[in-house]
Design a protein around this ligand. Structure first.
Ligand code: SF4
Length: 400
């Protein structure tokens, strides 16, 4: 069974490095221009160069989103930008406009062109058209495709396919939504989506308010790990995680879990057992702060796929306790930088790239002055805790 690329998001250089360290085969990032989610993208050209060099050392690649829907005035400087990306060592651009694709083919021919999900490709004819006329190298299929459609397009079109497996969903067709434009004057297709579908609304029938309850229109988040085997069997080339706004902890946790899952399926050639799937689902649930569903690949998009009531279970995740700064084998302790509240005696787990999580008890907490503390209350505090095995700088510690 062919191992697909595991493609992770990153909103800045540090998160791009985290994604690579935790097992992503490729990371997609956005530059300061020409990208959707422009508010998430703070990669300068220097950052992009550094990300490419870092990824190369791990045998990984960087893809850059050039996926805004450009108006004429937005195209200025595009040629130069694409040439710079090519020189920086970027493998592919993710584009949603034929204008961007045409310019890229002409001025930066060694860049692969991946047709963005913003083009809502859901059928074989559209793929053939784009392959023939826009010379695309890969199609990122619309999240609205069913498993059968993904299977058919992958089998029949002779081109790499990429499918979303995890992350946020638009309640409208991705990139075909103007809710944000109309309600906030922020253009979702030029990087400014205000996520208006997730706001809270009162519901009226005529003049009458139906209930005091507030409603949203947002979709549940996607978690299609139960379809991972099917996607690999179908020959999908790349499995994509959504979320360039997501935290380092989220990226490390989700990427390392999919890394293990893909490797396990490729090695055994079999569908994960119910027990393994439950384990993986549990791991993903630890990182989520919204309800999830299996997406169009697994389910029907009926009312149960929406978060329609007041904020649902949205909550902030406090599992990320600290990041390792350095390990001291002579004392069996690690200096860590705290992120959330924890107490002395708590059970914790270390997330180390490339290995199973390891548990330990933080039997004491000591601060920089050598004083013992019962709790860690302040984020970014430098603390010393006992760890009975070697851990690496930048490993993450979470609540067990
Ligand atoms: S408002 Fe909601 S549905 Fe529309 S583009 Fe933004 S996230 Fe997607």
């Amino acid at each position: 069974m062919k191992k697909p690329e595991l493609l992770a998001p990153a909103g800045d250089l540090s998160r791009a490095k985290t994604a690579v360290r935790y097992g992503a085969d490729a990371v997609y990032i956005g530059g300061r221009r020409f990208s959707l989610r422009s508010r998430a993208s703070n990669f300068t050209l220097d950052d992009i160069r550094e990300a490419c060099a870092y990824a190369k050392d791990f045998g990984a690649n960087i893809h850059v989103t050039v996926n805004m829907i450009p108006h004429d005035e937005d195209l200025e400087g595009l040629q130069e930008y694409l040439r710079d990306l090519e020189k920086a060592g970027v493998k592919a651009i993710i584009a949603a406009s034929p204008a961007v694709m045409a310019v890229c083919r002409e001025c930066a021919p060694s860049l692969e062109i991946h047709c963005s999900t913003q083009m809502s490709v859901t059928n074989t004819e559209a793929v053939r058209f784009l392959k023939k006329n826009m010379k695309i190298d890969r199609v990122v299929l619309a999240r609205e495709c069913t498993m059968d459609q993904i299977r058919r397009i992958t089998a029949e079109c002779g081109i790499e396919t990429e499918a979303f497996i995890h992350g946020g969903m638009c309640v409208n067709y991705s990139g075909r939504c103007t809710l944000s434009n109309r309600m906030t004057l922020r253009d979702a297709n030029r990087g400014g989506c205000a996520q208006s579908c997730r706001w809270q609304y009162s519901l009226y029938a005529g003049e009458d308010k139906v209930s005091d309850m507030l409603f949203t229109m947002g979709s549940k988040d996607l978690c299609a790990c139960a379809s991972l085997y099917d996607m690999m069997e179908a020959g999908v080339s790349s499995l994509k995680i959504e979320g360039r706004m997501k935290t380092e902890f989220y990226i490390a946790s989700v990427v390392s879990t999919y890394r293990r899952m893909i490797d396990e399926v490729a090695e055994t050639g079999t569908r994960p057992s119910g027990e393994r799937l439950t384990y993986y689902m549990h791991e993903f649930a630890r990182t989520m702060n919204r309800q999830s569903w299996g997406g169009f690949v697994q389910e029907k998009a009926d009312a149960s796929s929406l978060i329609w009531h007041n904020m649902s279970n949205a909550d902030v995740n406090h599992d990320f306790l600290a990041k390792v700064v350095k390990y001291q084998p002579e004392t069996g302790t690690a200096w860590i930088e705290s992120r959330n509240y924890f107490e002395a005696g708590e059970e914790a787990e270390v997330l180390t790239p490339g290995r199973e999580n390891r548990s330990f008890a933080m039997t004491f907490i000591r601060n920089e002055k050598g004083e013992y503390q019962d709790v860690s209350r302040h984020p970014m505090a430098l603390l010393e805790v006992p760890v009975p095995f070697e851990v690496g700088a930048e490993d993450l510690i979470r609540r067990k």
